[in-house]
Design a protein around this ligand. Structure first.
Ligand code: GLU
Length: 294
């Protein structure tokens, strides 16, 4: 491994898995792309465990992630970072956005949302149907009163946010320069009902806090970057360069998922497969039968 004295300070990359299941080949590929991106530029490679969802995150999955990465020969620099240890910083940022009138409470239950979408079909984003904005129109005084007693999430008022930031761009090393269109995802939730913070806010804050220069992750998160870029502008955070890589998919063209235990790295590792050999294959574009890179 490169010694810290020789590292290029301009390149800091992270792998940021959520410990809510076992990693599979798709994660091995994602971790490899991020790791190799950092090492080829003599930069740092960090490991951040995104365990904000205490209901789904499990310590045995964290342990398996660390074991899997060691087995693959993908070594990270420094201590493992845990989002669960940073909850105060997320709450602080959410409070700032609330104080600026950029978040509004949303009382819609999942069932109500489903019904709303039947009554008034909405455009689809990569994250699902765009929220129709129902609670954005609530009388602010009434919303405040309800928020004191009723469970609610907090949504980002995208139109208000865009009016502050004006047009934004970001750079993707693979897909080129991008105009930022957060309105395509609608008023996303930044503080869910049942969690301290949502992915979009936590990841944006942490990429800044960890000094990430290049966000290297899969194409499945490409559209999320529109929201992250907007949050960077609102919170005056630096904008990293992005590199969204292709995804390992099954025969039907669907990305591999955590629920398919048979493809999990733990199963391969415990079955005696050679992790370094697997990495060599992935680096050369050799994938198991039925799996391809899309
Ligand atoms: N924690 C996210 C996941 O496991 C990835 C976060 C990111 O790379 O931005 O899907």
């Amino acid at each position: 491994m490169t010694s810290s004295a020789q590292l290029n300070p301009d390149v800091v990359v992270r792998f940021a898995p959520s410990p809510n299941g076992l990693l599979h080949l798709g994660h091995a590929y994602a971790a490899m792309v991020a790791h190799d991106f950092a090492r080829q530029r003599e930069g740092r490679f960090l490991l951040r465990i995104e365990d904000i969802d205490s209901g789904r995150s499990r310590s045995e999955f964290v342990a398996a992630i660390l074991e899997d990465l060691r087995w693959l020969g993908l070594h990270w620099d420094g201590e493992v970072i845990f989002q669960s240890e940073r909850l105060d910083s997320y709450a602080l940022a959410a409070d700032q956005l609330k104080a600026r009138g950029l978040l509004y409470p949303c009382f819609c239950s999942r069932a109500e949302l489903r019904q709303l979408l039947v009554d008034r079909p909405q455009p689809q984003s990569a994250d699902g149907p765009v929220y129709p904005g129902t609670c954005r129109h609530l009388d602010p005084e009434l919303a405040r009163k309800r928020a004191a007693t009723e469970p609610h999430s907090w949504r980002l008022d995208i139109a208000k946010a865009i009016a502050i930031t004006g047009p934004l761009q970001w750079m993707d090393e693979r897909h080129g320069s991008q105009a930022c269109h957060p309105e395509r995802l609608g008023d996303v939730i930044l503080v869910p009902k049942e969690m301290p913070v949502a992915y979009h806010l936590a990841v944006t804050l942490d990429d800044a806090r960890d000094g990430i220069s290049h966000v290297v992750r899969g194409d499945d998160l490409f559209t999320s970057t529109h929201i992250h870029r907007l949050l960077q502008a609102l919170l005056e955070l630096p904008t990293p360069v992005y590199f969204h890589h292709g995804l390992l998919c099954d025969g039907k063209g669907e990305k591999l998922s955590k629920s398919r235990d048979s493809a999990s790295l733990s199963v391969l590792r415990k079955g005696g497969q050679n992790g370094h050999g697997l990495m060599q294959d992935l680096r050369q574009g050799i994938f198991p039968v039925g799996i391809s890179l899309l």
